[in-house]
Design a binder for this molecule. Sequence first.
Ligand SMILES: Nc1nc2c([nH]c(=O)n2[C@H]2C[C@H](O)[C@@H](COP(=O)(O)OP(=O)(O)OP(=O)(O)O)O2)c(=O)[nH]1
Length: 184
Amino acid sequence: MPMIPRIRLYTNVFVVFEGKILLGMKKRGVGEGLYNGFGGKVEPGETPLEAAHRELKEECGIDLPLIHAGRLLFLSAAMPSWAFHIELYRSAPGLSTYTGELAESDEMRPEWFPLSSIPYSQMWSGDKLWLPLVITGEHRFLAREDYDRETDDASKEDSQGQVELKRWWIALEQDPSRTEEKRK
Ligand SMILES: Nc1nc2c([nH]c(=O)n2[C@H]2C[C@H](O)[C@@H](COP(=O)(O)OP(=O)(O)OP(=O)(O)O)O2)c(=O)[nH]1
């Protein structure tokens, strides 16, 4: 029987104000050296939305109303015993203020970017596929990504076991409360 991975549930929050987005430079751990939204593991007894608010506050000091933007499921050949499930949130549309003080934490250095210059080359490689959907917020989506070995030739693998995005798909949710159902 093939190995069946166990699910790791995470959250990730993108704060999007008029014309700009708040990203954090990850200073340690998974995704170190990359810009990302703010997030982490959902703790036992917590809903993903509660975890999203908690991680946003812990990692950059602020809080604000959030909406669910989409769901990312990914597999990585570097960690075959896990399937990653990330609940993605964004700030509620039309907002331009938050509570708390924006501050660097030991995990993240927050930085605003104009929407016209999002640093995709310094982000997880799949993010460019769906972050535009998070920003417009018109449709919730389901995204699936498979990160696999860069080469099938095991002798050429480097010691890090580098993986790259090999296959993906994205589907839009039909959500009449957010947008008129156009495809009948
Ligand atoms: N945007 C994006 N985020 C990702 C991808 N893969 C991935 O793990 N993440 C996110 C999920 C989490 O928000 C974050 C990793 O969380 P973390 O390093 O803070 O997790 P942790 O186990 O340290 O959790 P915690 O201590 O903060 O609770 O990276 C990806 O492909 N794209």
